[in-house]
Unconditional design. Sequence first.
Length: 532
Amino acid sequence: MTLDARKVEELFDALADLPPEDAARRLDADCAGDVALREAVARLLEHDRAAGAGFLAHPPTLVVEAMRAREPTASAPPREPERLGRFAVLRKLGEGGMGAVYMGHDALLDRRVALKLLHRDTDAREWLLREAQALARLAHPNVVAVHEVSEHEGRVFVAMELVEGQSLREWLAAGQRTVPRVLAMLVQAGKGLAAAHEAGLVHRDFKPDNVLVGRDGRARVVDFGIAALASRPEEQPLPGTLPNALASPLTHRGTLMGTPTYMAPEQFLGERATPASDQFSFCVTLYTAVYGQPPFAGEELAALSRSVLAGRLQPAPARPGTPAWLAPLLRRGLSREPSERFPSMAALITALEEHLARLPSLDPEVARRDRLRITGVSILLTLGIGTAVIARLDRRFQPSHLELLVLPVVMIAVSTIVNVVLREQITRLVLGRRFTQLFLIIGPALLAHRLLGLRFGTPVLHILAGDQLLLAAIFGVAALALDRALAAFSVIALAGACVDAYEPRWAGAVFAATCLLAMPLVILRWAHREPA
């Protein structure tokens, strides 16, 4: 029977502030005959009190690590092993509540591996075996591979693929990441998660810390320590083999398995996690990576659980370059009811890939070449036109009426040609199309201004001074819409207009100098700002 989330939330709100004894009596009275409702509310109350006592004072990790964390002892620290089985230990990479991770060398195959060695804690043995057996079922480029599981002096260790890189959380924080690159990286991780589901596994704790991004740019899903079988295996273990740790339940009474920020509603209610739960966690990760904030509000566990159980999804904040199709897709993946989400993780990834195919380039090297090509061509054309204009002016630097109209026409033609010839490169860049539109506006605006000036008999030098003001206005608006640094180019144009006011005879030269200075700088600014 499915629990009513509204009843759980209402009862939890009514009991959260009561003393434990009063809350227990009230819970027994209100849940008479409804064991499932009482279990769910009692579980939330217990974790709410634990959160208030500092249970979640540090960044949330697996509950099991907090349960298994060893108390410091007065004895000397254990000597680091020199070998684990046939693997030579090179150095320690890290240590947690369950065990330590070392970098090792496999002399037989001449390769480096990651060695996870369990602490001397028999209760945690099942957890490491569970992770090893889960990973051994998978052979996928987006899942960390297990090479061997064995024992060292009575302690279990697992030899795994060594991924030199960083976690997805560190990768996201390392620099400016475009939305297409973020989506592409999460799609890789999603493929690994989909492969786990096809192998009959549920991860149950998918989050940025459990995805590694290698130096090769490939994402790999790790830490299947609390993975569970989607369905109980029918096969029996062969004699002499390790028991199937995946088949044994890990849910302790009153214990939430996973990281609360990324947990699905059914996990908060203590129900069995399914591939749909992993899909929910994946969408929380994707939403947070793209929009910079989690989809559900709540700093404390109680507030977060209420938001998730009620399905109160926060409105997606505006972020430049975020496609309009992403928010509806995430809303579906974050649905309150599992049946309303995508049929499978593979279906969600397919939908993402179909949309990604229409987004700008995801290859940083291709983007770099495109930037260099567009920058070089644009600057050469701008300098060439400016030099030709100055060479055509007479000694007073005053253009004729014909020359006054030729320049904007040439600018329109050149901008159009560049946009057509380099269209493929421009559309592959995040900001390429927007900055191209800026240059496509300048030519027609100058032409319209000069035609109006000539039509009403405005002196040529006054038209040129007005051109400076027009450029200042265009760059000012662009500074508000595209990049604040463009305000500097607006100042350059205003300075040129001031010079024209005091020395009108130099208006032609000042206008040419403004274009020769501002246009290349705008192009270079775009090339510098375009995200990799």
